[in-house]
Design a protein. Structure first.
Length: 192
């Protein structure tokens, strides 16, 4: 009887989840308390979500900041949502790939699991650049043997009512949709 009670109340192992992102993760244009990372915390309270996202962040900036974040947070899972600002600035896809690979290696070496969020860029720089940029994420996920989360903005950007006036950032109405999109991927990674 006592053993059954102990098993019944034994909590799942709590994990720390670090979100390393840009303005899409940093809830640009609104309070972080209503952003998708905060909503994930409410939806999955048994784990701790640490938002290490910074608006305007590039893959190079994320790479520079990651060692200190890994040391202070000691996450079990790192969700990498970077590259959009690199693409908007026309940075070479090879540079994005190198930075993301280094980020993933650092995270893995710390003992954390890694999820990579696919990023797509507007067709401003032409179809060749757009295709090469998108391919970077496919290649890294395969080479690093990690899950690639499909780009959540693909489900948001076509709907003006879910976007801020700049046409780039999701609004407050979109945050629950993003949280719902991300949650199963994160829960699956934490259960493995």
């Amino acid at each position: 009887m006592l053993m059954l009670t102990a098993l019944a109340v034994s909590p799942a192992q709590a994990a720390k989840v670090l979100i390393l992102g840009d303005s899409l993760g940093a809830s640009y244009g609104m309070s972080q308390s209503v952003g998708w990372v905060a909503l994930l915390q409410k939806n999955v309270p048994e784990h701790e979500f640490i938002n290490g996202s910074v608006s305007g962040e590039t893959t190079a900036g994320g790479l520079r900041r990651l060692p200190a974040l890994l040391e202070s947070v000691e996450p079990q899972l790192v969700v990498v949502e970077l590259g959009g600002n690199d693409g908007l600035r026309g940075f070479p896809p090879t540079q994005v790939e190198n930075n993301l690979t280094k980020i993933i290696t650092l995270a893995k070496n710390s003992g954390a699991k890694v999820l990579l969020t696919e990023i797509m860029v507007p067709p401003n720089y032409g179809p060749r650049y757009t295709q090469q940029f998108t391919q970077v994420y496919q290649d890294i996920a395969k080479e690093e043997d990690i899950e690639l989360i499909p780009f959540f903005m693909a489900e948001i950007a076509p709907y003006p009512e879910l976007m801020q006036r700049d046409g780039i950032h999701p609004n407050e109405k979109a945050q629950a949709k993003i949280a719902n999109w991300m949650q199963p991927w994160i829960e699956k990674a934490l259960s493995q």
